[in-house]
Design a protein around this ligand. Structure first.
Ligand SMILES: C[S@@+](CC[C@H](N)C(=O)[O-])C[C@H]1O[C@@H](n2cnc3c(N)ncnc32)[C@H](O)[C@@H]1O
Length: 369
């Protein structure tokens, strides 16, 4: 299997996969490879908070020219995987001198598959860009081709719990990754003073109660696989209720925007987590710590909205407030505004580079003595 994630989350994802029962994960670039049977494939899709998707390796071969791709693809018995009346799509990551355009490689791979069907059945599965039954990933690095079958469907950050959203929400996978990097545990108070739509509080509550992030999803790619094991999947889903923990959580979310706080409230109420997450309308600069110590995770607004000097002053005020009022806490700040981050005025204890979608961000931690 190949697990895909965001840059900077590889090691935390490998640790998470080991907790889920994976043996000897191998860390790559935004990816982890490991071995899995059906049960484990279903389990990691349902339970992983840090992966974007999981793909099963179907074939691997080397080529000496473009025709080699057509020949290699033709050797996989696609007719045993894809039904003739089903649909598929081929995604790609290609860097090879044999192909001057990735589309040419995808076209050859597609031809190899449909020609195989035509020869056997005089019929062929069709291409569907939006909602295909199967998504293949064709990865070519120079002369080395690997073909994967996507087991996930919609990317795993689409948890299905976000009903409404704010202007710049943090990606759910990144939020879960930051919580994990921060070392937050359910018994530690967690404060998100700029919670927006409530992604950090919700991801933390899901972690604390041991509810899988995919608990609201009804569909995963593997359900269309010809060897899908319904019983194994049912068993995996039945585990959700068994694993759930009834814990006391101290999770606090605040926001200066009434509108954003209403959005967080709506999301959290629909998840029936309104008793587990304390939400309040508050300017961080006026906030008094609700607990004597804990972890603060903060995703302040960045760039565009405020003019630069205002933004720098705002970040300076964040630093001052942390310094004056939040002794005993560890604060984690994630932002893409590298210039303003320098104005926090505290010495970071750690620095990570992470990505919110395509946006490069710094994740800094500050121990407040
Ligand atoms: C980048 S968004 C946070 C997004 C959030 N992490 C999410 O996933 O939805 C920044 C948030 O900070 C809030 N904010 C800005 N200034 C604030 C302040 N002084 N005190 C509290 N919240 C503030 C904004 O209203 C906005 O909701």
């Amino acid at each position: 299997m190949l697990a895909k994630t965001m840059a900077g989350l590889e090691q935390p994802l490998a640790d998470e996969l080991v907790e889920l029962g994976v043996k000897d994960p191998v860390i790559g670039n935004r990816a982890i490879t490991f071995k899995a049977n059906h049960e484990l494939t279903y389990k990691v899709n349902l339970w992983s908070r840090l992966a974007l998707r999981f793909l099963r390796k179907v074939d691997e071969f080397t080529i000496s020219d473009a025709q080699g791709l057509y020949d290699g693809m033709g050797k996989t018995p696609w007719f045993k995987i894809i039904g003739v009346d089903q649909t598929f799509r081929i995604d790609n990551t290609i860097s090879s001198d044999f192909f001057n355009s990735p589309l040419y490689a995808v076209q050859l791979a597609k031809d190899a598959i449909v020609d195989q069907f035509r020869r056997r059945f005089n019929k062929r599965p069709s291409i569907e860009k939006e909602y295909p039954d199967f998504t293949l990933l064709l990865a070519i690095k120079q002369n080395h081709c690997t073909v994967y079958l996507d087991s996930t469907g919609d990317a795993l950050f689409k948890r299905g719990y976000r009903i409404s959203t704010v202007a710049a929400p943090i990606n759910e996978v990144l939020a879960a990754g930051i919580l994990r990097i921060s070392g937050w545990k359910p018994e530690i108070p967690l404060i998100d003073p700029m919670c927006g739509s409530g992604t950090f509080p919700v991801e933390a509550a899901l972690m604390g109660m041991n509810i899988p992030p995919g608990f609201k999803r009804n569909h995963f790619g593997f359900m269309k696989w010809p060897d899908f094991q319904t019983m194994a999947w049912k068993k995996c889903k039945a585990g959700i209720f068994r694993e759930q923990k009834d814990v006391e959580l101290a999770i606090y979310g605040y926001d200066v925007s009434k509108r954003n706080l209403e959005i967080a409230k709506e999301n959290i109420r629909l998840l029936r987590m309104h008793k587990d997450i304390h939400l309040e309308h508050m300017d961080f600069l006026q906030l008094d710590p609700p607990e004597p110590n804990g972890i603060i995770i903060m995703n302040p607004p960045y760039g565009e909205r405020l003019i630069k000097e205002n933004m720098q002053a705002f970040y300076r005020n964040i630093g001052d407030t942390l310094k004056k009022k939040f002794q005993g806490y560890t604060a984690w700040i994630v932002s893409s505004d590298m210039d303003s981050l320098k104005h926090i005025g505290l010495k970071p204890s750690s620095k990570h580079t992470v990505f919110n979608g395509k946006l490069e961000c710094k994740l800094l931690s500050f121990k407040l003595y």
